[in-house]
Design a protein around this ligand. Structure first.
Ligand code: UDP
Length: 235
């Protein structure tokens, strides 16, 4: 099931439902692509038709961002909790460890993906992370060869948005992995280099507020939330 906000689709599935579908996709040799949706991306897509098409091309659009939840409530939809990119990634790691699926980490600064790999191995015993590659390799063929050689089932791409999404759509059909997720700065967080908001803020959906205090120069970017809500109500 999907709901549409200003022309952008968002899945109503929970972490559990998505994780089950993704493992099924791997087992049935189906390629799938997960993209995190937030008000910033929806607003960008209003002026950028190519981006809107790209977001709608994904198999699963997850409601990352409290703005999408509010819009769903206002419009009488069913989405009531966030599915964040990083938590979806961690959930998928957990399921992959249980089901013996192999993972490749592509992106972030040199060394970060290796650190993230170590942290994930400590956290999910039995996890198979079969390869890593930093996000500054210019030769696409070097990247693709490393991924295909690893024979991974799941590819996490951390190049920032929307670069990572364009990269996935361009290459997923000539790559071995089945499940693709663009994860932004998640390797920086998983490796421990970047701190996430405390659980208290996360639970209340106030991660944006925490970031506003820590990085006040972001306030302009955050104006997009009220603008998005007004537009969504008028839709
Ligand atoms: N990055 C990369 N290659 C590039 C540009 C960026 O691997 O050419 C990485 C960067 O090191 C960081 C991530 O992409 O780990 C971007 O994270 P950000 O939080 O900016 O993601 P967004 O907010 O765009 O989802």
């Amino acid at each position: 099931m999907k709901e549409t906000f200003l022309g952008v689709d968002v899945c109503t599935d929970t972490y559990e439902q998505l994780a089950a579908k993704l493992i099924e996709d791997i087992n049935h040799n189906r390629k799938s692509f997960i993209v995190a949706i937030n008000p910033e991306k929806i607003m960008k897509a209003q002026e950028d038709e190519r981006l809107r098409e790209l977001l709608n091309k994904a198999t699963y659009q997850i409601p990352d961002g409290i703005g999408v939840i509010l819009a769903s409530i206002i419009k009488g939809g069913k989405i009531r909790s966030r599915v964040t990119g990083i938590d979806m990634m961690l959930r998928l790691c957990k399921e992959a460890a249980i089901h013996g699926k192999k993972i490749f980490l592509y992106g972030a600064k040199p060394g970060v993906a290796e650190e993230a790999k170590k942290k994930l191995e400590e956290r999910f015993p039995g996890i198979q992370i079969v390869g890593t590659m930093h996000g500054y390799e210019k030769d696409e063929n070097v990247v693709k060869e490393a991924i295909n050689k690893s024979d991974a089932d799941i590819l996490f791409v951390a190049l920032g948005s929307p670069t990572q999404e364009y990269w996935i759509v361009k290459h997923m059909h000539s790559l071995v992995p089945k499940v693709y997720q663009g994860v932004g700065g998640s390797f920086d967080v998983v490796s421990g280099r970047l701190k996430r908001a405390p659980l208290f803020f996360q639970k209340l959906g106030l991660e944006w507020f925490y970031r506003l205090i820590k990085e006040p120069w972001r306030w302009k970017r955050q104006l997009v939330l009220p603008k998005f809500l007004i537009k969504a109500i008028r839709e």
